[in-house]
Design a protein around this ligand. Structure first.
Ligand code: ATP
Length: 262
């Protein structure tokens, strides 16, 4: 199909003999916002890193924008943007220097990259620090720089791994609306996060990964109808078989407050 943007076929990955992804099959179409969720260690970041070409010793097939990424070389990366969970960022550069550099790496003209970066940072109320070193930025300010850096080249597919980390409530609203507007323009968004109420609101399709396997795949309404639970958080708890949060919390508190540890 022409509008198929991503296609994973029997994607399998193991580290030191331990299977992390167990045969993932997933087709993603233009304009979809995929909420990619799952417990810690389920394999979400591993899937993202494979699609981004950062891990290559996987089995199965990964097609992005109609091409098998193991054969097509790196040019597909010109059309994708990535906000990593833990980013290496060149702290000693100013926001202007860093973003202009990233823009140039993506093939933009230096002046175009600089202007576009400035205009985007203005929208995030950060014009006053355009010429400040990133090392002086707060966590949320660094996150905004990362988000801007992933969008400078107007990518068709955007991968975001916990992108709202450190952002204040106003900025979260901007990012949510921005992702929706980008999807309406035909961009495809692959959004991995643990913040269930945001995933519930922005995704038009939710994919739940558990132990390297897709355990649920559908719109929030579909998942809700299947599980008869109210929120995505409770659907997540049910589908991952977890109902012991109260007991676990109490055990933690009893260990913390136990005075026989010496
Ligand atoms: N470089 C590595 N070497 C060995 N094992 C790894 C490596 N990277 C990831 N793993 C293992 O693969 C599994 C999946 O990790 P991954 O980071 O993909 O999970 P995740 O779903 O993104 O988790 P989280 O929600 O905690 O970010 C985990 O068991 C992890 O320990």
């Amino acid at each position: 199909m022409e509008d198929k943007v991503l296609s994973l076929k029997n994607l399998t990955m193991s580290y030191s003999g331990k299977n992390v992804l167990n045969g993932i099959n997933l087709d993603v179409y233009r304009g979809q916002i995929i909420g990619y969720i799952g417990p810690n260690g389920a394999g979400k970041s591993t899937t993202l890193k494979i699609m981004l070409g950062l891990i290559d010793n996987y089995e199965g097939t990964v097609e992005i924008l109609g091409k098998d990424i193991s054969k097509s070389g790196y040019t597909y990366k010109e059309r994708i943007g990535y906000v990593p969970e833990n980013a290496e960022i060149y702290d000693n550069l100013t926001a202007a220097e860093y973003l202009t550099f990233i823009g140039e790496l993506y093939g933009l003209d230096r002046e175009v990259a600089r202007k576009k970066a400035l205009h985007l940072l203005i929208e995030f109320d950060m014009e006053h620090v355009f010429h400040s070193r990133i090392s002086s930025f707060s966590k949320g300010m660094r996150q905004k720089v990362l988000i801007v850096s992933s969008l400078l080249h107007n990518p068709d597919v955007i991968f975001l791994d916990e992108p709202l980390s450190g952002l204040d409530a106003n900025s979260v609203m901007i990012i949510k609306d921005m992702l929706e507007a980008l999807a309406n323009k035909g961009k495809t968004i692959f959004y991995s996060s643990h913040i269930m109420d945001v995933v519930e609101k922005i995704s038009n399709r939710i994919v739940l990964l558990v132990d390297g396997e897709i355990k649920a795949d559908g719109s929030f309404e579909e998942l809700k109808a299947e599980s008869q639970k109210g929120s995505l958080e409770s659907i997540f708890n049910q589908l991952t078989g977890f109902d012991e949060h109260k007991e676990t919390a109490e055990h933690i508190v009893s260990i913390v407050t136990e005075d026989t540890y010496d």
